[in-house]
Ligand binder design. Sequence first.
Ligand code: IPM
Ligand code: MG
Length: 362
Amino acid sequence: MKIAVLPGDGIGTEIVAEAVKVLNALELPFEMESALVGGAAYEVHGHPLPESTLQLAKDADAVLFGAVGDWKYDTLDRPLRPEQAILGLRKNLGLFANFRPAICYPELVGASSLKPEIISGLDILIIRELTGDIYFGQPRGRRTAVDGHFPGSEEAFDTMRYSRPEIERIAHVAFQAARKRSKKVTSVDKANVLETFQFWKDVVTEVGKEYPDVALDHMYVDNAAMQLVKAPKKFDVVVTGNMFGDILSDEASMLTGSIGMLPSASLNTKNQGLYEPSHGSAPDIAGKGIANPLATILSAAMMLRFSLNQPDAANRIETAVQSVLASGLRTVDIWSEGTTKVGTRQMGDAVVAAITKTITKG
Ligand code: IPM
Ligand code: MG
């Protein structure tokens, strides 16, 4: 079981260290190798995704990823910005299917900005297409580092594009995931305005005919954004394109109390996967030892389940996280009156302790 460990920038290094600790506590035969990625790689190799890092990721069964990005790189020529590392990994490894579950843990109901009755018991799954859409269209009018302006151009555009096979394969992923849940898929589009998303809607509908046991409905993205805060429990599996999925998954994450809790998995057709927290590099709190490592630890659990075929180990991590939350430990992002505030490392240690206990108990 080869794992490429790519901590990246900002809080990435702190949270990935905790997830690695948790993996080690499982005492399974993992081979873990680390490499630089994002701004950290740019500093050393002059590129956010050096060939050696990409190769390590390609050769691994799974990639454990932290986060990339820092405002200080905002003026770099776009291909050199840290974000290009994660986009390059997705594209090069063909990681088209992005799973972003939003689960509200009972202990954290009070940490959400929404009323408890709206979110308690929430368990939805956003499936975001990850290698197409406007993210990988043809950009124009690239701002250069030289003067921070768009040279010789009075306009800029990005093209939105989806091919039939790209939509078909993500639709299949969504319907199959729904079969294992409550058999309901909501496809989110903007078919009332965009051709790309009329096509999306048509193709998803066609694929849906192969899954008569799964209910399919369609929703415009603006309405979906509204329904997510109004009545999120009406959703189960949500499938959407790259751009809408980016936005809606951030929104969904906050329903659960903190974006610091949400793991994600990005899979290719061979079940090789990249696992990362749904949140970013949070440069404002980097190095302070206060970041919540649970999203990354839960991402490691998803890795065990989806790419490494170790469902028991995955369960052990998830149960450990639940027991740590039940014991009242909280990082600052999920802290509330009456609970115990801990730092990144203490939170990781507590999860390790909970796992070790279950191992001893057998
Ligand atoms: C995410 C992030 C990335 C994205 C950025 C860092 C390129 O926001 O994974 O959601 O836009 O996909
Ligand atoms: Mg995002």
